[in-house]
Design a protein around this ligand. Structure first.
Ligand SMILES: *[C@@H]1O[C@H](CO)[C@@H](O)[C@H](O)[C@H]1NC(C)=O
Ligand SMILES: *[C@@H]1O[C@H](CO)[C@@H](O)[C@H](O)[C@H]1NC(C)=O
Length: 340
């Protein structure tokens, strides 16, 4: 009996250790935005991701020093193409091959390129019409260097949804419908998810009279919105389902999503921005993603989510824009979120 109890104790301790280590694991990533003149060295940034157990890193554009630092890190990397480069990558196979040969091929054995993303928030926008052909050219170029598993996608953001209330009313705005039909035809063919940036913060602060902070920050457990047969207790689910609803209306209901950006600012728009609200939102977001329970419209569908952002960035516009970081540039926590 004594040994059985000992085994149980050991098992319990082991489980606890596992649970602690998994507090920030697969499924959750952080954007490495680089609009700051005081950010840590690439090597220190990569070390910080690893120390904090963050497994997914998103870069908005290639940078040789950072890609070099990522070698051997085992981080899953989302590498962006600058919006300004998407048109040329769409216009020629050579340009796409060259982009891949410069920015991916030299690192391919040592860096885990999980995603290549054509642009950031390129839809809606004038350059969105180039996204599909650029994805095709980059996918061919990536395949030709043997990275057949790398996901090639593009980036959408919420102004491309005409209305998101109730979620089932979600529909693409007129200006993006045709672009989204092209994009989703490609994504359905390859099975790649669409990257969407989803910020409950902006939805909430644009209408704080009707939307409660608790609903925007995953703090309610009761149903707040009933839509058809579906019940919503947080704004993130409602916004994500409005994107799924819009996809369904163009026969692309089977396209899955990866959330390229979400988060909450700590300063610049008081009282909505605060360390406390940011901590609440991101802490609950992490728990939500790790629960794997999905949205009311797509239950049990796991989803990768990138928090914006790793650091406060002093070269962005004054105000909230500079205050989305989990860390200060000196690598101290802005607020306690991660055990590192
Ligand atoms: C979506 O995927 C499911 C399961 O793979 C399939 O049965 C269904 O036909 C697909 N729907 C559409 C509209 O393609
Ligand atoms: C989701 O998972 C739960 C728990 O495993 C299960 O009871 C439920 O039937 C699943 N729902 C769907 C739609 O697959």
């Amino acid at each position: 009996m004594a040994s059985l109890r000992r085994i149980r104790t050991i098992l319990l301790i082991f489980t606890l250790i596992l649970a602690m280590q998994m507090s920030f694991s697969t499924g959750i990533g952080v954007n490495f935005g680089r609009n700051g003149d005081n950010l840590p060295s690439p090597q220190n940034v990569v070390s910080l991701y690893k120390k904090c157990g963050i497994k997914l890193l998103r870069l908005f554009e290639p940078n040789p020093d950072i890609l070099e630092a990522l070698k051997g890190s085992n981080l899953q990397v989302s590498l962006g193409v600058k919006n300004g480069d998407v048109q040329s990558l769409a216009s020629s196979k050579e340009a796409a091959n060259q982009w891949v040969n410069t920015n991916v091929a030299p690192y391919k054995g040592d860096v885990n390129f999980k995603w290549i993303v054509l642009g950031n928030e390129i839809i809606p926008g004038a350059e969105g019409i180039y996204a599909t052909q650029a994805m095709k050219n980059i996918k061919d170029a990536i395949n030709s260097i043997g990275l057949t598993k790398t996901i090639v996608t593009t980036s959408f953001y919420m102004p491309g949804i005409a209305t998101s209330y109730p979620p089932s009313a979600g529909a693409f705005t007129k200006d993006v419908v045709n672009v989204m039909k092209d994009v989703t035809a490609y994504l359905l063919q390859t099975g790649a998810p669409l990257m969407a940036n989803v910020y409950p913060y902006y939805a909430y602060t644009s209408n704080p009279k009707d939307i409660k902070l608790e609903y925007a920050t995953f703090q309610t457990t009761n149903t707040v919105v009933v839509d058809g047969g579906l019940s919503y207790s947080n704004l993130f689910d409602a916004m994500v389902d409005s994107v799924y609803a819009a996809l369904g209306k163009i026969n692309a209901g089977n396209v899955s999503l990866v959330i390229g950006e979400t988060g909450w600012p700590t300063a610049g728009n008081e009282p909505y921005s605060s360390k406390e609200n940011a901590k609440t939102y991101n802490k609950n977001l992490i728990q939500y993603v790790q629960s794997g329970k999905g949205t009311p419209k797509k239950p049990n569908q796991t989803i990768d989510v990138f928090i914006f952002a790793m650091f406060n960035e002093n070269q962005k516009t004054t105000g909230i824009e500079q205050n989305w970081g989990l860390f200060y540039p000196n690598m101290n926590h802005v607020y306690p979120l991660l055990n590192c």
